[in-house]
Design a protein around this ligand. Structure first.
Ligand SMILES: *[C@@H]1O[C@H](CO)[C@@H](O)[C@H](O)[C@H]1NC(C)=O
Ligand SMILES: *[C@@H]1O[C@H](CO)[C@@H](O)[C@H](O)[C@H]1NC(C)=O
Ligand SMILES: *[C@@H]1O[C@H](CO)[C@@H](O)[C@H](O)[C@H]1NC(C)=O
Length: 212
């Protein structure tokens, strides 16, 4: 079921809406709406098995160094995980969910663009009688409305080689701490682009916020 592909880091791009940016369809990139998942890919840990993954939890981390293009940014994360996730930003729990058919968008406002942004995900594959699919798909947008500037990046695509999702199991203590050392972690493994694998197309991600 999973033809595991070469591990590729994420797509990162900084756009300014005032500027015409050449894309695959040569359109001008407008200041973006909420992030969507259609350009992202599913990923999991390196426990590569042909028919699925064992039940259990894995830790995922991404450290992103924004270039200082805006003083603060609002970050939005669209995400779905088969089966359950908790999403952390710099050690703070941002959101969690356990139905991959209902992706959410989580928003983190007024983030200083100095210093690294550290995203961490605790993801759990539920028990099934057999090995079963497991994956995370996510898309990120960091924007400044006043400056009409934004970054967009996705699980599974290009372009800054040093920016890569890493995945580890079993889950190490303190893995969501921004200063946790993940240098020995292997990269996450790509499974399928959006629409592929056993998941198919997903519902439009729905804005959500934690009730705590
Ligand atoms: C996965 O990563 C771990 C930790 O680096 C390593 O020990 C293991 O051999 C890797 N497994 C595969 C299938 O590559
Ligand atoms: C995130 O954590 C890193 C490491 O502790 C820190 O350098 C950075 O300033 C933090 N960023 C934000 C936006 O809190
Ligand atoms: C973040 O979002 C809030 C609420 O929509 C908005 O008022 C604010 O201008 C945004 N900040 C940035 C940096 O875009």
């Amino acid at each position: 079921m999973f033809a595991l592909r070469r591990v590729i880091p994420i797509v990162t791009a900084l756009f300014a809406a005032a500027m015409t940016v050449s894309t695959s369809n040569d359109a001008t990139v407008a200041f973006p709406g909420p992030p969507d998942l259609t350009l992202a890919s599913w990923m999991w840990n390196n426990n590569t098995l042909n028919t699925g993954f064992p039940a259990g939890s894995s830790a995922f981390r991404l450290t992103f160094h924004p270039s200082i293009e805006f003083p603060v940014a609002n970050i939005s994360v669209a995400i779905s995980t088969d089966n359950a996730y908790s999403l952390y930003f710099n050690g703070t729990l941002i959101g969690n969910a356990l139905d991959w058919t209902k992706p959410n968008v989580w928003t983190i406002n007024n983030v200083p663009s100095t210093g690294p942004w550290v995203f961490a995900i605790l993801a759990t594959n539920y028990f099934d009688a057999s090995l079963n699919p497991a994956g995370i798909i996510a898309s990120f947008r960091a924007s400044n409305a006043a400056l009409q500037a934004f970054y967009i990046w996705y699980t599974g695509q290009i372009a800054i080689p040093s920016v890569v999702w890493k995945a580890m199991f079993p889950v190490p203590d303190g893995f969501a701490n921004p200063t946790f050392d993940d240098s020995a972690w292997p990269p996450a493994v790509l499974e399928a682009p959006y629409g592929g694998g056993p998941w198919g197309n997903l519902a439009t991600p729905v804005p959500a916020s934690l009730c705590i």
